[in-house]
Design a protein around this ligand. Structure first.
Ligand SMILES: NC(=O)c1ccc[n+]([C@@H]2O[C@H](COP(=O)([O-])OP(=O)(O)OC[C@H]3O[C@@H](n4cnc5c(N)ncnc54)[C@H](OP(=O)(O)O)[C@@H]3O)[C@@H](O)[C@H]2O)c1
Length: 253
């Protein structure tokens, strides 16, 4: 079976490793190309957009893909919508690997924001020291609130920098532990965090650190994703693929 994994997440990388380990799947990883030097994925990798849902559908046909796994980030809504459309257009079965969202726990102080603009608003008028745990696309909007001091952590340098007078940049690749993030928040005297509800382990450190330090977290709500069959773990993807193989064998494909 030839499988296309839409990736860009730690889970997609782990899944690719698990699939390749089976020896029976021919796996191609697809990355958007957002980071200059992506981590090695352990399987053949293609980089860059497909050209919308139609481009993805054409790729599925041209490359004779048997199954499509959407293991992209839960906030990557365009590619997930494209995957759903391309799957129904071509009949190539689609499974989404989706991390369940984090749940607010006792001691957390979360402020829900329905959009990036709402997150900017939630910071208020008085100057604060803000840890922006967001991607390049989202942080631009914070130029609308230049009274705050921003700490921005990213894999690649933020270029152009945020159009505000006070911003600190850290170029570093995760994952980060709770202890790392607690030290970071302390060192920069952060008083509020803005984050996505990414789910999973790799970026939970800051949420746990905020709880320990009694800091508020402005949480960007998750986007609506297409309703497609989905699972939460790489093991469940393997089970789904095993069923797909059996079904194909029964049909004599
Ligand atoms: N959004 C986040 O917060 C976040 C966080 C961590 C990692 N990521 C990863 O970064 C990538 C881009 O995220 P995004 O929010 O920019 O996505 P997006 O808004 O849903 O996608 C924008 C466009 O980027 C291309 N694209 C996205 N993911 C792709 C993939 N895996 N392979 C090939 N093309 C892809 C597609 O271009 P075409 O229409 O031309 O095909 C898509 O229309 C995703 O792979 C995602 O898993 C995202």
């Amino acid at each position: 079976m030839k499988i296309l994994v839409l990736g860009g997440t730690a889970e997609a990388r782990a899944l690719a490793g698990a699939l390749a380990g089976r020896g029976t799947f021919d796996v191609i990883m697809s990355l958007a190309g957002r980071t200059l030097k992506p981590r090695a994925q352990g399987v053949p990798t293609r980089v860059g957009g497909f050209g919308g849902a139609d481009g993805l559908a054409a790729y599925l046909r041209d490359e004779k893909i048997d199954a499509l796994i959407d293991a992209t980030h839960p906030y990557a809504e365009t590619i997930s919508a494209n995957a759903a459309r391309a799957s129904s257009e071509t009949g190539v079965p689609l499974l989404a690997l989706r991390r369940p969202p984090w749940q607010e726990k006792p001691g957390d102080h979360w402020i829900a924001a329905a959009s990036v603009a709402a997150a900017v608003e939630a910071l208020g008028k008085a100057p604060r020291r803000v840890f922006l745990a967001l991607g390049r696309k989202e942080i631009e909007s914070f130029a609308a609130a230049p009274q705050h001091t921003y700490l921005v952590r990213s894999v690649d340098p933020v270029d152009p920098p945020l159009a505000v007078p006070h911003a600190i940049y850290l170029t570093v690749r995760g994952p980060f532990s709770e202890a790392d993030d607690r030290a970071l928040l302390d060192r920069h005297r952060i008083d509020v965090i803005v984050a996505k509800n990414s789910g999973g382990e790799a970026s939970y450190g800051k949420i746990a650190a905020a709880r320990a330090l009694h800091l508020p977290v402005v949480i960007l709500e998750r986007p609506e994703l297409p309703e497609v069959p989905s699972v939460e773990t790489a093991e469940d993807v393997l089970v789904w693929l095993d069923h797909a193989v059996t079904a194909a064998a029964t049909r004599g494909v």
